[in-house]
Design a protein around this ligand. Structure first.
Ligand code: QZP
Length: 399
């Protein structure tokens, strides 16, 4: 029988919550499968089963009203025009998604891998020889921008806009709070630059971006639509991996037994990165909007309701995971929702995994001990969880 949801006064976009969300995640999961957050007048779920059910049922839990707090059918979207992927339902999504899926296909990735490895090895050599470095500003922010922006075919000039753009964009999925305001000015300037980079002529021929425009020649999308799809690569493809790599390094630097295991077996790099995604999910939350009255868990939601899905909390739900708060690079991580789930699950996840695997493997081969050199500094964002700084000291492998 459907019940009224428990009412919580938790603000998931407050500094206190974002600095350490895990105690509140437990409160949210314990309160029920679906709760009501009175601060914003929204439903929310932090349990794995309900998060997965909602993501699976795209007809009822729609993306077309936006995946942020704002209902973009009533208010303006951050994106002008809206994303043809993230903020679209079938049938539109069925036409646009394959265009990016093809650009990011296994064969496209096979071509990219040697370059990604070369860059990782050069960067790892340089950083390890220094003995201390910042895992975020010297590595996590450097590597994806180099390899992914190169792969996309972006010009070198202006790449400093990419991170402020993403900081603004991911804040914009939340409320118009001071954190959002603080990134607005740099974000708007960056948005103009990003827009200009999404034209066919701005992109290096043969790169991933230009590959998206091949779909115009095949008659699958219009020239304007292709530019908006290239924008999706720029929006979703950089900061997510920056935060994901930083979080993985943080977890490994604070779990010496995990590092020892990875150093002994660098081929565990791929599963170590996967466990880091589960343990500290870079994308913590996004929303869906109901298209009809529906039951989820023990609650009846009306049509047109926003529901906040806590991916990071689902990835630590004890109903789904043994010892969820333990970082264990040998665990079976399949079923985590760090890349989402269902028709909208991350179209670039193979690229992200390749970056994570290659970077962690390059470091594991060179570093025997990885430790914090000073306390890390968190970067609070309405959607992303990650660090602004991660001072590391490394003991190189003995020969
Ligand atoms: C951002 C787009 C975690 C997601 C919200 C990241 C993301 C995905 C797609 C787009 C933007 O299509 O613009």
């Amino acid at each position: 029988m459907a019940a009224l949801p428990p009412v919580l006064d938790v603000d998931p976009f407050s500094d206190e919550f974002l600095a350490d969300p895990y105690p509140d995640h437990e409160r949210l999961r314990a309160a029920g499968p679906v709760v009501w957050l009175e601060t914003y007048g929204i439903y929310a779920s932090a349990r794995h089963a309900e998060v997965q059910l909602a993501l699976q049922d795209w007809r009822t839990f729609s993306s077309a009203a936006g995946v942020g707090l704002a209902n973009i059918e009533k208010e303006a979207s951050f994106f002008q025009p809206p994303s043809l992927l993230l903020e679209a339902d079938p049938p539109l999504h069925q036409r646009t998604r394959p265009v990016l899926a093809l650009a990011l296909s296994p064969s496209a990735l096979r071509d990219l891998r040697p370059k990604f490895e070369l860059e990782a090895h050069a960067l790892a050599d340089r950083l390890v020889s220094r003995g201390t470095f910042d895992g975020v500003t010297d590595l996590a922010e450097v590597y994806p921008i180099r390899v992914f922006a190169d792969a996309l075919g972006l010009r070198e000039e202006g790449r400093e806009h990419l991170l402020p753009y993403a900081a603004f964009l991911f804040n914009a999925f939340g409320p118009r709070n001071p954190r959002f305001e603080a990134t607005l000015r740099a974000g708007e300037a960056a948005r103009e630059w990003v827009k200009r980079q999404c034209n066919r002529r701005a992109l290096r021929p043969g790169g991933l971006g230009s590959r998206v425009f091949d779909a115009v020649n095949r008659g699958e999308v219009s020239e304007e639509e292709a530019a908006v799809l290239v924008r999706s690569l720029l929006s979703a493809g950089l900061d997510t991996t920056v935060y994901g790599l930083g979080n993985a390094l943080f977890a490994l630097a604070t779990h010496p037994e995990a590092w020892a295991q990875l150093h002994a077996q660098p081929e565990l790099a791929r599963t170590a990165f996967e466990e880091a995604l589960r343990f500290e999910s870079a994308v913590q939350t996004f929303f869906r909007t109901t298209t009809a009255e529906t039951d989820l868990g023990d609650v009846t939601l009306p049509a047109g309701a926003k529901i906040l899905l806590f991916l990071g909390a689902a990835n630590r739900d004890p109903r789904r995971w043994d010892e969820p708060d333990q970082f264990d690079i040998a665990r079976k991580t399949s079923g985590h929702v760090a890349f989402g789930y269902g028709i909208h699950s991350c179209v670039g996840q193979a690229v992200a995994r390749m970056e994570g695997e290659i970077v962690l493997k390059a470091l594991a081969e060179r570093i025997e001990r990885l430790e914090l050199a000073a306390p890390p500094v968190r970067c609070l964002n309405n959607t992303l969880r990650g660090l602004a700084s991660l001072p590391l000291s490394v003991a190189p492998r003995r020969h």
